[in-house]
Design a protein around this ligand. Structure first.
Ligand code: ZN
Length: 152
């Protein structure tokens, strides 16, 4: 009987940081298919949501300084992505992965462990991609539910 409570407690996330930001930049996809993003260089007003989950705070009593997350996004602001991230193709998927890498790199100053990070990047109001390594909280909630069901 105590196992049910213990399993649920271990999976519980203590801190979930969300940062909402964005940047404006230009790109032109070079891979071989005929779509708007291939036709010519053009701009997007990218929107970004950064989610960081951790069971404990860093030695600085925070998850991360929000300004560090803004700095990660500012590296792409008012830039030609074809030049800034070359030779990587400047797709939304690759951009989300690069932002993820920037956030993970900055978290190393705060944590010895690796907090869970998810990046959602909107190219338009209706189109987004989410990149994450390690399971996001939704998956973890499913795992907790499964554990509880198994105990019953
Ligand atoms: Zn585009």
């Amino acid at each position: 009987m105590p196992c049910i409570f213990v399993n649920y407690y271990i999976d519980f996330i203590m801190y979930r940081l969300e940062y909402h930001g964005g940047f404006e930049s230009a790109h032109q996809l070079t891979n071989a298919y005929e779509e708007k993003c291939n036709a010519s260089i053009h701009g997007h007003n990218w929107k970004v949501k950064i989610v960081i989950e951790t069971e404990k705070l860093s030695k600085r009593n925070m998850v991360i300084d929000f300004s560090e997350l803004k700095d990660v996004l500012n590296a792409f602001d008012h830039k030609n992505l074809n030049l800034v991230i070359a030779p990587i193709e400047p797709t939304a998927e690759n951009l989300a992965q690069l932002i993820h890498g920037g956030v993970v790199q900055r978290l190393k100053k705060y944590f010895d462990i690796k907090p869970r990070v998810a990046i959602t990047l909107w190219e338009t109001d209706k189109s987004s991609i989410t990149y994450y390594e390690n399971s996001p909280s939704v998956d973890r909630q499913d795992e907790a539910t499964i554990d509880k069901e198994n105990e019953f």
